[in-house]
Design a protein around this ligand. Structure first.
Ligand code: HEC
Length: 124
């Protein structure tokens, strides 16, 4: 019984930590705002890409198209460009314009994408 309790507690914790809507609000949106929006937002849209709305992400950019791929979230360009080797042209943020995302930050992005990439309207 004790084990079962411990197990459900663990599952509940994991669930809270990875609830994708919460992840968006607490981690992913702040991450994009801080590291990406200056080049992919209202002021500049490098590569013809904006990352400040769901519509814009689904429309995507010049080279890679939609940056969120619903049926294969883990291959979404949004995540992929952040894991490219630094010498690649599309490695984001670009060389010299910010350090690469940490493993933890990549984990948030991935969990959010796999969770269906929700962007609760209230947080916009
Ligand atoms: C200092 C400016 C700058 C920052 C910061 C930046 N980018 Fe970019 N991004 C660019 C430029 C410039 C291009 C176009 C590169 C090219 O076409 O050769 C681009 C292209 C892209 C593309 C490909 C668009 C397409 O289809 O052509 C994606 C996806 C992308 N960026 C995602 C991101 C993400 C995610 C972040 C934050 C982690 C980010 N970028 C941060 C400048 C930036």
């Amino acid at each position: 019984m004790k084990r079962i309790l411990a197990l459900s507690f663990t599952i509940a914790l994991a669930w809270t930590a990875e609830d994708p809507a919460t992840l968006w609000t607490t981690k992913v949106q702040p991450l994009l705002s801080e590291r990406c929006i200056q080049c992919h937002g209202p002021e500049k849209s490098k590569g013809k890409l904006r990352l400040d709305s769901r519509e814009a992400m689904l429309k995507g950019g010049r080279e890679l198209g939609p940056v969120i791929v619903a049926d294969k979230p883990e291959t979404s360009p949004l995540l992929k460009v952040c894991t490219l080797p630094r010498d690649q042209e599309l490695a984001m943020p670009p060389e010299g314009k910010g350090k690469p995302l940490s493993a933890e930050e990549l984990g948030w992005l991935k969990a959010w994408l796999v969770g269906g990439a929700p962007m609760p309207a209230a947080t916009k």
